[in-house]
Design a protein around this ligand. Structure first.
Ligand SMILES: Cc1cc2nc3c(=O)[nH]c(=O)nc-3n(C[C@H](O)[C@H](O)[C@H](O)COP(=O)(O)OP(=O)(O)OC[C@H]3O[C@@H](n4cnc5c(N)ncnc54)[C@H](O)[C@@H]3O)c2cc1C
Length: 431
């Protein structure tokens, strides 16, 4: 959205959180002449867009890495302006192996499984209440008629095409509403060397207070007071871009209740999980022309999805993903056991000659106290309305909410976060 370029009246604004939403808001407000301070708990900017520089020659994104739909997407414009390489990936360039290393014809099977999901959902649209996707699917005659083998393949499709995308377990995703949203057209594309330069660009010249975790927010007659371990900040308004997981945890004390519909939305939406295990090798042993490798192992949700970063980086780099319940389990393992489990999956697919990786980086977004999950999803009983209720003003306009979970149409994305941040800024500039 376009943000008006001047403030209606001089105003001071605290932006809580220096992820894409917070920095998008702060940039627009500063450019419009507001006095802006950004309060961020971590010692870095970016939040869930985090480009790791642990390997100086090979930066990797441990959070978001795709632009979902490059056409008309404001993140594409930012990526182009920073000269980032934008490499499309395509599910058509995918291959699936079983645990004996045999290819499984999965692309067509995945399409039929997703058709089965749609039929199962249609049957429950008229039910009195929303159900979980798992209950809706398992109750459907289409599922019940499948052979055991066909169910394993269908479960792999549900895991890789739904649970990985929405980050919620099928036992928690709303059968009615889990996929509500509006996609940008164009490619799915990864950016290299990562999202980092975009965040750094947005943050240029801002008053950033890093390493300050917000503890409480209190309305005052002339604005709002924010307390951190380091001190107290006052401003006319505060924009809260903290992740849904943090809002749900109760770690932040709101001195007065939030509106009932906002509180209901915080409680009703789900905070899901997606984790990455980024493995670096000395040579490529997987098919070089593929973007996606799916694994139909003995447990269909374990290391089910892999992306080759060879096309985007030119390095033998591959990323294994786990989502939802399986990601929660794997997050409990230490680094050594996580890598051993991931490499075992690769050896099942590509043989015992698969070497040990020369490096590994692992995300654990649930254990991260400033995320408490990967991104939000529509849990049973929640809908787009909850996201609309979460976005916007509270406490007579002294408080404003933005961030991915508040995006009615583009939740769980980098562009959704940016769009809500800019929309919050626009509302304060014109308001
Ligand atoms: C593994 C993973 C993969 C993903 N893949 C993609 C993808 O490919 N494409 C895509 O579009 N999206 C993807 N996403 C989602 C995307 O990263 C998020 O939707 C987006 O980055 C959220 O931005 P935000 O500004 O709303 O929140 P955040 O980036 O989380 O920003 C909120 C900020 O608040 C800070 N904070 C938290 N608590 C406090 C506190 N008490 N006081 C002060 N500050 C605090 C946090 O540290 C953080 O910096 C992925 C996310 C994950 C985790």
């Amino acid at each position: 959205m376009s943000v008006p370029d001047r403030l209606a009246s001089p105003r001071s604004i605290l932006v809580l959180g220096a992820g894409m939403a917070g920095l998008g808001a702060a940039r627009a407000l500063k450019d419009a002449g507001a006095s802006v301070k950004v309060i961020e708990a971590r010692n870095r900017i970016g939040g869930r867009t985090h480009t790791s520089h642990l390997w100086p020659d090979l930066p990797v994104d441990m959070g978001a890495s795709w632009i979902h739909g490059t056409k008309g997407n404001p993140v594409t414009a930012l990526a182009r302006a920073q000269g980032l390489k934008i490499t499309p990936t395509d599910y058509e360039r995918s291959v699936t192996f079983d645990s004996c290393g045999q290819k499984v014809p999965f692309v067509k099977a995945a399409k039929s499984a997703l058709k089965l999901v749609e039929k199962a959902r249609k049957r429950v649209y008229k039910a009195d209440a929303d159900l979980s996707l798992q209950v809706a699917i398992e109750a459907s005659p289409e599922w019940q008629q499948l052979s055991e083998d066909a169910r394993r393949v269908a479960r792999l499709a549900i895991n890789t095409r739904i649970e990985h995308e929405y980050s919620g377990d099928w036992s928690r995703l709303s059968a009615w509403n889990f996929d509500q949203g509006v996609d940008f057209p164009g490619d799915e594309a990864v950016v290299t060397p990562g999202f980092g330069p975009i965040l750094a660009h947005l943050a240029q010249g801002l008053d950033l207070r890093l390493g300050e975790a917000v503890r409480s927010i209190t309305p005052r007659p002339e604005g709002v007071e924010v307390r951190t371990a380091q001190g107290i900040h006052f401003a006319d308004h505060a924009i809260v871009t903290l992740p849904l997981g943090v809002l749900q945890s109760g770690d932040i004390r709101f001195a007065e209740p939030l509106s009932r519909k906002r509180q209901r939305a915080i409680e009703g939406l789900g905070m899901g999980l997606l984790n990455k295990c980024v493995l670096r090798f000395d040579r490529v042993f997987w098919p070089e022309d593929m973007d996606w490798i799916d694994f139909l192992g003995p447990v269909q949700t374990l290391w089910a999805d892999w992306t080759s970063y060879l096309p985007a980086t030119g390095h033998p780099l591959i990323v294994g993903f786990n989502a939802a319940r399986m990601a929660e389990e794997i997050e409990e393992l230490d680094d050594r056991d996580t890598v051993a489990s991931a490499v075992a999956a690769l050896r099942a697919m590509f043989g015992t000659s698969v070497p040990d990786p020369s490096g590994a980086q692992i995300s654990r977004w649930r254990q991260d106290p400033f995320a408490l999950g990967a991104y939000s999803f529509k849990a049973v009983g929640s809908s787009r309305k909850d996201r609309k209720a979460l976005f916007g003003a509270d406490w007579d306009g002294r408080l404003f909410f933005a961030g991915e979970a508040t995006s009615a149409d583009q939740p769980a994305t980098v562009h959704g976060a940016l769009i809500t941040g800019r929309a919050a800024a626009a509302a304060l500039i014109t308001g």
